[in-house]
Ligand binder design. Sequence first.
Ligand SMILES: [Fe+2]
Length: 258
Amino acid sequence: MSMYGINGKPFVNLSEYVDLTDFDKLHPTICRNFIEAKEHMYVGTFYAPEDFLRMDAYDKNLKSLLSAHYEFMGLPDDDPIKINGSDLSPNDLATYLKFALKGYDPYSFFLLYDYKENWRDDPSVDGTLESGKYFPELLSWVHSLKDKGIFSHIGRVVLFLVDHGGIRIQHSHHGYPLPDPYYPSSSEDIVEFMLIQKSSDAKTFFVSDSEHNKFYFDSRVTWFNDKDWHGGDPLLYSSYSLRIDGVFTDDLKNKICR
Ligand SMILES: [Fe+2]
């Protein structure tokens, strides 16, 4: 087995420290917020480096949206596929490439909150983005994790929506997206974040090693090394997960490492 891991483990179960009771109560609100905020939703990922995805883990007939976009960009200008897709918005182009070139990507996402200058130094820095204004209750819950001694600072918050039946293609964050543009980091750093999943989804998400062995999560709230390959098996229903990046408190880190 070869993987980065955390403290010699494939992932860290945080359920002992993070109470999801109030998060779960927000479920109907969050689902409604998806509709209200739809103008701010991003469809799929297709501006990442080509090696962002681990396609050799899948049947060769599975073509990622990312790959379809590279294929699209490489078409000659007089190709009908290129002509018909050339003036589309990013979201419309994503949908177009799913049909026109079989690009596969079950994800959509909302970036609710993002790194802002001085976010680690000044507690009054507010990284709420336009889309985050549609999810006030959820962001309030995220910030309550500071009062509960989990995070000292919140840097970025992303909601990932996945279509029913969707394979969450394995990927790894080797420098994409930038973990934090405002503070120096090295490739050795382990990005501090948690991934929260809906109740029954956790056991379908995993990290995997160089030999393609999968280590399925045993909890709904998990920290893992995002340089390791990670992905999820298909779900038979549409669902979502929440990723919160920030700075863990020393107290939490001490508990995790003990
Ligand atoms: Fe990821």
